[in-house]
Design a protein around this ligand. Structure first.
Ligand SMILES: Cc1cc2nc3c(=O)[nH]c(=O)nc-3n(C[C@H](O)[C@H](O)[C@H](O)COP(=O)(O)O)c2cc1C
Length: 146
């Protein structure tokens, strides 16, 4: 017998999108704070999990959630947002279950072990042959790998 929650999960098609991008040259610390604020509150309210990092002029974002919601958010809002450009998509694929427990945003590098573990698990779960070295290089500025 499935619980209501399990049924709900089955009916949803879960998806993930992960990308890196370049912040616009005139972006300020307050702009980034503003992006963090809306991202955290809106994504946590709509059941989207993942992480948004900003480090030295670049963003790294992982989004996990219902496919329809994610694709809409990504195509209609995030990609059209002029506060960043040069979006390089790392993953855009269906997933069985989300890795991140909620949505969080963070300046500079990730150093707490829980967050690092979530990112490691995410990368492990989604890793494909096509990218590995390149991805590690892309992510280096955002986190401390052992
Ligand atoms: C790098 C970056 C990541 C963003 N990520 C999200 C996000 O995950 N969720 C979100 O609601 N808005 C995100 N935004 C902000 C949206 O682009 C948009 O400004 C915001 O959703 C408000 O849209 P609205 O005024 O049409 O409601 C992000 C913006 C940038 C520059």
């Amino acid at each position: 017998m499935l619980t209501a929650n399990q049924k709900n999960q089955l009916m949803k098609r879960l998806y993930t999108i992960c990308y890196v991008s370049k912040a616009s040259v005139d972006i300020t610390k307050d702009d980034v704070k503003e992006i963090f604020k809306i991202t955290e509150s809106s994504n946590n309210a709509t059941d989207i999990s993942g992480i948004l990092l900003y480090s030295f002029g670049n963003f790294f974002q992982v989004l996990e959630g219902e496919k329809k919601d994610l694709v809409h958010l990504y195509e209609e809002k995030i990609k059209k947002d002029t506060r960043h450009s040069n979006i390089y998509e790392v993953f855009s694929r269906e997933i069985e279950s989300p890795i991140f427990s909620n949505y969080l945003t963070q300046f500079q590098t990730i150093t707490t072990s829980i967050q690092l573990n979530e990112i490691r698990n995410y990368l492990k779960a989604n890793r494909t042959n096509a990218m590995s070295d390149k991805l590690s290089r892309l992510l280096k500025p955002f986190m401390i790998f052992d």
